[in-house]
Design a protein around this ligand. Structure first.
Ligand SMILES: NC(=O)C1=CN([C@@H]2O[C@H](COP(=O)(O)OP(=O)(O)OC[C@H]3O[C@@H](n4cnc5c(N)ncnc54)[C@H](O)[C@@H]3O)[C@@H](O)[C@H]2O)C=CC1
Ligand SMILES: CC(=O)C(=O)O
Ligand SMILES: [Mg+2]
Length: 371
């Protein structure tokens, strides 16, 4: 198969869909790999390294979208990229369609076969292609929140770890999955006072057993959320209902009860965000203020630590890319029901239930498409 990898064009997105090592694996299994010149520069992977791996370097993204059977990326295709997608082409990348009606419409209109990293499942129902980026974003959320808490950045001037004789900051993590667990690890490590809320008793038990007295757990309902966020210095939004738009758990009314200069980091922003007042921001301008509360809502947090993130991402995306290239998308999805969960759009039809329901499309099951 001819597999192409364009340079990412989202704001401050330095990751790349294929590392030279991944390109080499694809080439050594008999595939052709086309890389846009400069695509790897964000991680210091040069065109020469890709050529040494057996890839062909092309100028600009157009040859890749025009001539490659599969396009491998990191972020959802931006409007300019979507215009270039073709019927029958395979797009393999993060999509986050439920909160994004424009992108969904363009993918449906293009006739592309779009496989979303974030909905591919693992044998125990986990999301293995989302996991490494959630680990990164969870860990980063505490760094981002700690910086935003500084007075010069609009925050209330609290050091999360405190100092001897002065109380530490209060960190509230909503959702104890991968992002939440990693955020809690960092916040606990800094010596903050940490509370994790989730509505899944098994998650509460796992997190409670792991952190023991170093963090508190609370069931997530409206009353407990209001109580927790109203006393918090930093609130991290880390909920997920796979493939669906995030529930708005912290309402505008709750926000008004928060402390002046408190910080919200909404990691769930790529699924629309779990605070009513969240809207996506970029690494260029990561924060804004509503009702005296600082909001950080960057939808591609891992892009800022592109070296760590690109390698962590390629570790989990490459095996499926290899099987799609070897078998073709249809046989690869038939052979692996977990990969089939990644099919979101095919030939003008939406094949992921939560996306179809959220955006009002007819839903056609992947099983039906695969025949
Ligand atoms: N902004 C960014 O750059 C990035 C964003 N993300 C996003 O972060 C979000 C979280 O991802 P993961 O941690 O991997 O998901 P996960 O599935 O591991 O964890 C989500 C947790 O939310 C909990 N939850 C669901 N409804 C809840 C509620 N009403 N109250 C409290 N908890 C609730 C679930 O029980 C689960 O434990 C996703 O939207 C993901 O796409 C991930 C990586 C990067
Ligand atoms: C998961 C995701 O959206 C990201 O890594 O940017
Ligand atoms: Mg994202």
């Amino acid at each position: 198969m001819r597999v192409g990898c364009p340079k990412e064009i989202k704001n401050h997105e330095y990751r790349v869909g294929l590392t030279p090592e991944s390109a080499h694996e694809l080439v050594s299994q008999g595939n052709e790999v086309w890389i846009e010149s400069g695509a790897g520069l964000g991680i210091d992977a040069t065109d020469q390294q890709y050529m040494a791996a057996g890839a062909k370097i092309v100028d600009g993204p157009d040859p890749i979208f025009a001539e490659c059977e599969m396009v491998v990326k990191v972020k959802e295709p931006q409007a300019d990229e979507r215009k270039k997608l073709r019927e029958g082409q395979i797009l393999y990348t993060y999509l986050h369609l439920a909160p994004d009606p424009e992108q969904t419409r363009d993918l449906v209109d293009s006739g592309v076969t779009a496989i979303a990293y974030e909905t591919v499942t693992g044998p125990r129902g986990q999301l293995p292609l989302l996991k490494p980026m959630s680990q990164v974003a969870g860990r980063m959320s505490v760094q981002a929140g700690a910086a935003a808490l500084e007075k010069a950045h609009g925050g209330r001037g609290v050091l999360l770890g405190g100092v001897p004789g002065v109380m530490p900051g209060k960190v509230v993590v909503i959702g104890g999955g991968v992002v939440g667990f990693n955020a809690a690890q960092m916040a606990v490590g800094l010596g903050a006072n940490v509370t994790i809320l989730d509505r899944d008793p098994e998650v509460l038990e796992k997190v409670g057993t792991h952190f023991e007295a170093r963090a508190s757990t609370r069931f997530s309902n409206a009353a407990n959320l209001l109580d927790a966020v109203s006393g918090a210095d930093l609130v991290i939004g880390a909920v997920l209902i796979p493939g669906a738009a995030a529930p708005k758990l912290v309402t505008r009314t709750m926000l008004k009860r928060m402390q002046k200069g408190a910080v919200l980091v909404d990691v769930a922003i790529d699924q629309g965000g779990c605070f009513e007042t969240s809207k996506p921001t970029t690494h260029d301008q990561p924060t804004y203020v509503v009702d005296d509360v600082v909001h950080y809502c960057v939808a591609n947090m891992p892009g800022a630590v592109a070296r760590t993130s690109t390698y962590a991402l390629n570790n989990v995306t490459l095996p499926h890319a290899l099987s799609i290239a070897r078998l073709g998308w249809k046989e690869a999805l038939k052979a692996d029901p977990h990969l089939a969960e990644g099919l979101n759009v095919h030939a003008g039809q939406v094949s992921y239930r939560a996306v179809a329901e959220e955006l009002g499309y007819e839903y056609r099951t992947a099983a039906d498409i695969l025949g």
